[in-house]
Design a protein around this ligand. Structure first.
Ligand code: C5P
Length: 230
């Protein structure tokens, strides 16, 4: 099977309180999105990727990789799942096979390591369903009531944080995601669509530093780390 990558990058990132969507903020001399795309473009198995962009995105044309022939662009949708679905429709036009693998990765996770990407590909190579990078919960977890008081402590030994990439077979992912959206199910990652379709995606333990940049302090932390490293 072939390997395809999908990068939803059509979000606004309002929690960052910045003047532009977070994927266009600067990190070590390039935009976050360029670093994220680089993780996939540098990989020998993943040559074609589809990036979902907001319809009125004025920043993309300014990126060094904007004209890269390995990158296809599609319009994003209202929610992340709509953006992914538009990209899958393009993969169908590009001739993706039913059993090809699709890796969906957040534009706002620029610190994905080549090691984790290889680990995911190796662990899932023979898997009938597919799966995702994930990190076991480290903190003690509380379920809150509407009054902001603790109702109970949750057993953290069975709780994982869902990261990306999430890797599924093209046809199974396309069908699960379309059906779930038609059914009005809330879908915040690809695995939840497969779960809704009755599948049990595999959890592959990845590095915690493949974090999704969500709040200003996440970017501060990553900038500091990269400055120390380079
Ligand atoms: O907002 P959040 O951090 O959950 O977004 C995760 C990823 O999904 C980001 O890369 C964001 O750009 C993307 N996204 C999208 N289309 C939307 C909303 C989010 O492509 N409508």
């Amino acid at each position: 099977p072939e390997f395809w990558a999908v990068i939803p990058a059509a979000g606004i990132g309002s929690r960052m309180r910045a003047d532009r969507p977070k994927q266009y903020l600067e990190l070590a001399g390039r935009t976050i999105l360029e670093h994220t795309l680089g993780c996939f473009l540098d990989h020998p198995r993943l040559r074609r990727l589809v990036v979902s962009l907001a319809a009125d995105d004025p920043w993309w044309p300014g990126l060094a990789c904007a004209g890269d022939p390995r990158i296809e662009r599609v319009a994003g949708g209202k929610e992340r799942a709509d953006s992914v679905l538009n990209a899958l429709a393009r993969l169908a036009e590009l001739g993706a096979g039913d059993d090809d693998w699709v890796l969906v990765h957040d534009a706002a996770r620029p610190n994905l390591s080549a090691f984790d990407l290889d680990l995911l590909l190796a662990e899932l190579a023979d898997d009938p369903v597919g799966g995702l990078l994930a990190v076991p919960a480290r903190d003690t977890l509380k379920r809150a009531g509407p009054d902001g008081r603790v109702r109970e402590t949750v057993d953290r030994s069975v709780i994982w944080q869902a990261y990306t990439p999430q890797m599924f077979r093209f046809a199974a992912l396309y069908r699960a995601l379309s059906d779930a959206l038609v059914a009005g199910v809330a879908i915040t990652d690809e695995a939840s669509a497969l779960e809704w379709a009755g599948q049990a995606p595999r959890l592959v333990e990845g590095r915690a530093d493949n974090l999704k940049i969500t709040r200003p302090e996440d970017l501060d932390w990553l900038r500091q780390r990269w400055a120390d490293r380079h």
